[in-house]
Design a protein around this ligand. Sequence first.
Ligand SMILES: CC(C)(COP(=O)(O)OP(=O)(O)OC[C@H]1O[C@@H](n2cnc3c(N)ncnc32)[C@H](O)[C@@H]1OP(=O)(O)O)[C@@H](O)C(=O)NCCC(=O)NCCS
Length: 177
Amino acid sequence: MSDAVTIRSLLAKEAAEQIGALSDVLIDCVEGGASVSFMLPMTKDKADTFWMGVADGVAAGERILLVAEADGGIVGTVQVVLKQPENQPHRADVSKMLVHRKARKRGVGAALMRAAEDAAARAGKTVLVLDTVTGSDGERLYTRLGWQRVGVIPNYALWPQGGLCDTTYFHKRITAA
Ligand SMILES: CC(C)(COP(=O)(O)OP(=O)(O)OC[C@H]1O[C@@H](n2cnc3c(N)ncnc32)[C@H](O)[C@@H]1OP(=O)(O)O)[C@@H](O)C(=O)NCCC(=O)NCCS
């Protein structure tokens, strides 16, 4: 993979067109052991159905979908979930941060998170929340980028192959742009 990585948000039409590429990233992450909502076997059907729902959410203005592209293809993605209860209009969730194993450890995850925070700020958000597997690569990434650790929920989810894992909740205050 080349060093040149571009981060951009996808419009709903583009999101629908890129479902195959987005599914490839999701499947690679789950098959690599990431606990991100799915169990093995991770099928293309499950992945495509997930991304179709995301594309609908983008079309509805409920979420922002960011992708990292290198060599003309998608190698990573993250979402900002804008739609929240009416008493939390200032809050967003950061969700499904995924980087293909072939593109890891060269700053793609950090670039995606910075872009997600900027996009959330432009949408007027001031409080961001996320959770990730305790002790994971994601936990180190978010700590490094200034996210505040809230605490751990034991036995929160399953690993893709089975077995319980803990999750750590994080928040970050940002300034609306
Ligand atoms: C968590 C995840 C998104 C991180 O993506 P990434 O692109 O590898 O992230 P970065 O490259 O920014 O940082 C990862 C590491 O590479 C290092 N790194 C960054 N640029 C580097 C470079 N140019 N050369 C060497 N190392 C580098 C970072 O310091 C960091 O080190 P650490 O793991 O020891 O803390 C990725 O591991 C992933 O997709 N995991 C599976 C899915 C998942 O669990 N997602 C989180 C759900 S909340």
